[in-house]
Design a protein around this ligand. Structure first.
Ligand code: ADP
Length: 572
């Protein structure tokens, strides 16, 4: 049937949805309202899943994590003005963690901009610090191209956040169905094919890198969430196991190789980074998380070989050697070269033996602490119980979402990651409040896995209303709240600090003690559990893990367990 003859028209809302569908977008996160409700409805009608949140901040965190987990840009849809501003949380999170995501926001009518229109904001200016690329579709015919452009830029080179602005007048414009098809085909044919690294120029650098590793007395392989994003686990395993070089994952690199691998240096971290002479760092920045690669944590003579997709990163760090390109690609070339002239340190090599000895000692010491059942709960006892329950599930292992000060710090050492991309935490910015958004993204991105969040009551509180979202979509997410009644826990002020006209107010760090977080989810029909001792916790975990339904376990922690600011006390 000739659509033009029937006069069938496509409006901007439908054209946005058609472009997203044509580009392969399978799901979106967001909050609907003026002027984007119809965009969401059209997307759903075309088979795109729309996860509707209570707040753009959480939806944005979800979109960023979805980008990391799937390698396809997560899509956030927001309303204009305040919606866009709330969404900046997600966009900035994608930028700082180098995850691909796009934010699409409606904006006010172009002819009324500057006259105080409803939810008016110069959104292109607002997103600038947090987006690699941003574009406004100033007329309906530009929509398909803009959609493909933002999606392409989010993935290009170092991944990150991009922004698409959709003025309300453009969403209401129409084109004929035939014209819409034509625009979509042209846009889809536009592809940004910039290669991530040039293989030939890499060869020489790779030879130098292998020679440095071969000659090193104390080599170390460090990998981070860039290596995880690149899905380079098979190549890393081959490299580690063929060379016998010990490895150290960053927090979100954990799981690329199992945490209990015999070459894991995690439990001997200080020795490994303090003494290594050549460090091959794969998809991890030498930022605060890795002590800037500087003394006193690292030896001053250490030679860094960085594998990173970003030239900017290499220029910033000025390493001994740089291998610029996708981690999976670079590692596979390294493995091929090594195969021709293999070398392996072996278990009795003094460096390998020293790391292994230290790691075993530290693990034994920690296990002795963990073995005690401390009630009222400290952080260690419930974390041990949770670790054992998670390990008991086997493969596919759950995705662990972790945030909080002590909860995340202590949890990082206790909880084990056995499979790649199964840990999402506060990340490069140490962002609290990401938990529920990450849970929803993880459940959508990996439907075969259970999602388990282990988070402090403060982190949970940022987006606790999203437990309703969990229930609405019946996602297999168990949120375990470590409830110590505040940010860091109880009121730790000395009596001299508690003065002035508001001295009777609760401490800035406190929440209502023993809050009933488990009851919150029951308001929406989810399942809540209160866990005050090991038996209550074990039974809640066993029941909720096998139900695979939305649940909150409210674990009551001694308000004076743990420390203020976790391990970051020196900065507070
Ligand atoms: P972590 O927090 O685990 O230390 P970072 O976020 O600091 O990791 O570093 C991740 C690094 O990985 C970034 O510098 C980013 O440019 C890089 N990266 C992203 N994608 C790839 C890829 N496909 N291959 C190699 N490096 C990548």
């Amino acid at each position: 049937q000739n659509q033009e003859a029937t006069g069938e028209q496509v409006d901007g809302n439908l054209l946005v949805a058609k472009a997203l569908a044509k580009a392969g977008v399978e799901c979106m996160f967001g909050v609907v309202g003026i002027p984007v409700t119809s965009v969401a409805n059209c997307a759903v009608s075309l088979g795109i899943r729309f996860l509707a949140f209570h707040n753009e901040q959480s939806a944005g965190y979800a979109a960023s994590a979805y980008g990391y987990l799937t390698g396809r840009p997560g899509v956030l849809l927001t309303v204009s003005g305040p919606g866009c501003v709330h969404g900046l949380a997600g966009l900035s999170n994608a930028a700082i963690n180098t995850w691909p995501m796009i934010m699409i926001s409606g904006s006010c009518d172009q002819k009324d901009f500057g006259r105080g229109d409803f939810q008016e904001l110069d959104q292109i200016a607002a997103v600038k610090p947090f987006s690699k690329f941003s574009v406004k579709a100033t007329s309906i015919d530009k929509i398909p191209n803009c959609v493909f452009e933002v999606l392409g830029h989010a993935l290009l080179g170092r991944p990150g956040g991009c922004y698409l602005d959709l003025p309300s007048d453009v969403l209401h414009q129409t084109v004929s169905a035939t014209e819409a098809e034509k625009l979509l085909v042209i846009a889809a044919n536009y592809r940004n094919n910039e290669a991530n690294g040039n293989v030939d120029s890499l060869k020489l650098e790779i030879e130098k890198a292998i020679s440095a590793l071969r000659q090193a007395e104390r080599p170390l392989i460090v990998f981070g969430k860039g290596a995880a994003y690149a899905k380079s686990e098979d190549e890393l395993k081959q490299l580690v196991e063929s060379t016998g070089i010990p490895f150290l994952p960053t927090p979100m690199g954990k799981g690329l190789l199992p945490d209990n691998h015999e070459l894991a240096a995690t439990a001997a971290r200080s020795l490994a980074i303090g003494r290594c002479d050549v460090a091959l760092v794969v998809g991890a920045r030498l930022n605060w998380l890795l002590h800037f690669g500087e003394p006193p944590k690292w030896s001053k003579d250490v030679k860094f070989i960085l594998i990173d997709v970003s030239m900017e990163e290499i220029e910033l760090r000025k390493p001994y050697l740089a291998l610029i390109g996708d981690a999976k690609m670079v590692l596979s070339i390294i493995n091929k070269e090594i195969k021709d002239d293999p070398f392996c340190l072996g278990k009795s090599h003094p460096w390998v033996a020293a790391i292994s000895k230290k790691a075993k000692e530290n693990v034994l010491r920690m296990e002795a602490q963990l073995a005690k059942d401390v009630v009222p709960f400290n952080f260690q006892t419930p974390l041990r119980i949770i670790r054992d329950a998670i390990l008991g599930l086997g493969s596919p292992s759950p995705i662990l979402v972790s945030e909080g000060a002590n909860t995340m710090d202590v949890g990082r050492a206790v909880l084990l990651q056995m499979e790649p991309r199964t840990r999402l935490d506060a990340g490069t910015w140490g962002t609290m409040g990401v938990g529920l958004g990450y849970c929803i993204a993880a459940a959508v991105a990996s439907p075969d896995r259970l999602v388990v969040a282990v988070e402090g009551d403060s982190g949970f509180g940022f987006s606790a209303m999203e437990v309703e979202t969990l229930v609405r979509y019946q996602l297999p997410v168990v949120v375990i709240v470590f409830n110590n009644g505040g940010v860091y826990g109880g009121d730790r002020r000395s009596p001299e600090e508690i003065t002035g006209p508001h001295k009777d107010d609760p401490a800035p760090t406190s929440f209502v003690p023993n809050a009933g977080y488990h009851i919150l989810i029951e308001a929406f029909g989810g399942k809540g559990y209160l866990a005050r001792d090991p038996n209550e916790l074990k039974s809640a975990l066993s029941e909720s893990f096998s139900a695979r339904k939305p649940a909150v376990i409210n674990v009551i922690i001694d308000p004076f367990a743990g420390t203020e600011s976790g391990r970051m006390q020196h900065k507070n």
